[in-house]
Unconditional design. Structure first.
Length: 76
């Protein structure tokens, strides 16, 4: 049963990552099997910290890119 749960969770995260442009297609393709393996072998206990890291690093990267773009417009 955990396999279906893992597949559903990973699919939802992959779709949201694509929608919000946190990863490109190659990143999504690489993260699906890795996330699935972590979820199935380690369970939620190991998956949640990885998910939190992914979300915070994705948000920080987006904020930094927006700041760099804003600075470039201000200088140009």
């Amino acid at each position: 049963m955990i396999h279906a749960e893992a597949a559903a969770v990973i699919l939802i995260i992959a779709l949201l990552s694509s929608k919000f442009k946190l990863l490109d297609k190659g990143g999504i393709s690489a993260s699906i099997p890795i996330g699935y393996i972590i979820y199935v072998l380690g369970g939620v206990r190991y998956f949640v910290p990885m998910l939190v890291f992914y979300l915070t690093s994705g948000a920080a990267t987006k904020l930094r890119v927006e700041q760099v773009d804003k600075d470039a417009v201000d200088k140009g």
